[in-house]
Design a protein around this ligand. Sequence first.
Ligand SMILES: CC(C)(COP(=O)(O)OP(=O)(O)OC[C@H]1O[C@@H](n2cnc3c(N)ncnc32)[C@H](O)[C@@H]1OP(=O)(O)O)[C@@H](O)C(=O)NCCC(=O)NCCS
Length: 198
Amino acid sequence: MKNTSKRHYPRHLELQGCPVDFRLMTEADAPALTTFIDALPVHDLLFVRRNLSHPKVLAAWLAALDKQVTSLVAVAEGQLVGCTAVVVDARSWSPHVGELRVLVAPAWRGRGLGRVLIKECFNLAVSLGLEKLTVQMTVDQSAAIQVFEELGFRPEAVLRNHVKDTDGRTYDLALLSLQVSELGTRAAEDGMSSALNQ
Ligand SMILES: CC(C)(COP(=O)(O)OP(=O)(O)OC[C@H]1O[C@@H](n2cnc3c(N)ncnc32)[C@H](O)[C@@H]1OP(=O)(O)O)[C@@H](O)C(=O)NCCC(=O)NCCS
């Protein structure tokens, strides 16, 4: 998947007085990404199909950049503090659907970075010509589910006992989705129009 994003990076934002830079992820981010993933609680990784704490899974993510995956990183004070992925399988029967993944460093949560990253992914979805976005997370991630619902995602399914952590405990996985065509309307409603048009 060629990245046809019309949105230009890097971008810069102040979040609660702290400067944050947003740019497209590249393979050179491997060391910073490894440090970032290693510092996350394992439970935060259960929403991704494959275990990101495995170096080969991380390597496959980086190798897929500009093909099936478009990813952003957020950098503050020289540290990677958040990242995203919009995953599209162009050879599947759902080339119009992007799977969204967002991760924020625990120390940075609750400052609005997650919302900014999700909205950046909306812009990427529009420029990639996607029609639908899906996101999945364990049902106990209620703050995350609330953030996605606030931004227009709607629950579509619950997959019972679908993921298993390293201790063998299973969790239900919630699948939420959003029609990209609804973004224009929602953007006007919640002040995202400027973000979508930049
Ligand atoms: C979901 C996630 C990306 C949100 O990131 P974030 O930067 O905390 O997002 P925001 O600051 O924009 O919103 C956070 C909301 O979570 C809650 N929150 C507040 N402080 C929090 C904290 N310290 N930790 C977690 N959630 C918090 C609040 O409900 C907040 O909403 P509010 O601003 O209305 O109070 C982040 O929690 C995360 O990385 N989770 C683990 C991975 C995951 O589940 N990703 C979603 C599936 S792709």
